[in-house]
Design a binder for this molecule. Structure first.
Ligand SMILES: [Cu+2]
Length: 300
């Protein structure tokens, strides 16, 4: 779907890497929200090393698997073969029910039904979610503010690759151009125009080591803030970071979020650009700053 990238530590700004949207968004957000801020390292669920001590860990990860399955089996999803050998051969080591270490690679468990014997009951909640068309909140519906002058006071505008700091109580907005040439892109990829995804990329999102973070991203809602509801047409998605005690490295990653259904639900297909607003909803007091290197929108 173009929402993911090879998953490795980003060592240079020329390297494109991003966590999967499911992992970096709803998966990690639960860790951040359930972890106890009264504990030094937000144990149990809020830190990588201790998360497995919380019984919720197992329900939560089973549900993440279920979300993947629901997405993977959507009838209208663009099917792409899982062909990347780095992905298929990546593996983890677990203890089995007999206390023996076993190594399981992605290719051994990618087909949950055939390889693991797992299926999921159809859930009325999933159907509700699939058919949900959230309403727009913004008063600027149908109009994108053009340029810095039109952005509300107090918001900074991202300039190219310049690093923008997003503080604990701040938001960051930028006017970002949408791509052109959808027909040619579709033709080159051998898909129909309606199958082309439009992906918002927050480039080089940098989270200082040991920081619990939750960022919410909106389009065409420059006044969005910490209290803004997420069940609106402007809400695009989220990115959360889970610290790992003992790891002293800033995390740098691109965050890729599909804005295709937002564009449709907002009725702004004919607009050349959108206003992107990043809101920090959770940030450790211990942490200094989170920054975003730049914004772009591309087809996938
Ligand atoms: Cu987890």
């Amino acid at each position: 779907m173009g929402l993911s990238c090879p998953y490795f530590v980003k060592r240079s700004l020329n390297t494109s890497t991003a966590q999967g949207s499911l992992e970096g968004g709803p998966h990690t957000a639960i860790h951040v929200f359930v972890g106890n801020p009264a504990n030094t390292y937000r144990e149990d669920l809020g830190n990588f090393y201790s998360a497995g001590r919380d019984p919720i860990f197992y329900c939560h990860h089973a549900n993440v698997d279920r979300c993947w399955y629901i997405w993977d089996t959507l009838p209208d999803r663009r099917k792409e073969l899982y062909s990347d050998t780095d992905f298929l051969q990546s593996s983890s080591v677990f203890y089995n029910e007999n206390k023996q270490l076993v190594q399981v690679s992605v290719k051994d468990c990618i087909d949950t039904k055939a390889q693991l014997g797992i299926t999921y009951e159809p859930s009325p909640g999933s159907e509700l979610y699939r058919s949900l068309v959230p309403a727009p909140l913004g008063k600027i519906k149908g109009k994108v503010p053009k340029g810095k002058d039109k952005l509300p006071k107090g918001l900074s505008k991202a300039k190219g690759q310049a690093v923008q700091k997003v503080g604990a109580s701040e938001t960051l907005s930028a006017v970002v151009k949408r791509p052109t040439g959808k027909a040619a892109f579709a033709q080159a990829k051998g898909i129909t125009e309606s199958q082309v995804e439009e992906v918002l990329v927050l480039e080089d999102v940098t989270v200082p080591s040991g920081t619990n973070t939750y960022l919410a991203v909106f389009i065409n809602l420059p006044n969005a803030n910490k209290s803004t509801t997420l069940d609106c047409a402007e809400y695009v998605g989220s990115y959360a970071n889970l610290p790992h005690m003992g790891m002293s490295m800033d995390r740098v990653t691109d965050v890729r979020l599909s804005i295709k259904t937002n564009i449709t639900n907002l009725g702004i297909e004919d607009q050349d650009s959108v206003t992107v607003t990043v809101v920090v909803k959770v940030l450790d007091e211990k942490a200094s700053k989170v920054s975003v290197g730049g914004f772009k929108i591309e087809y996938a």
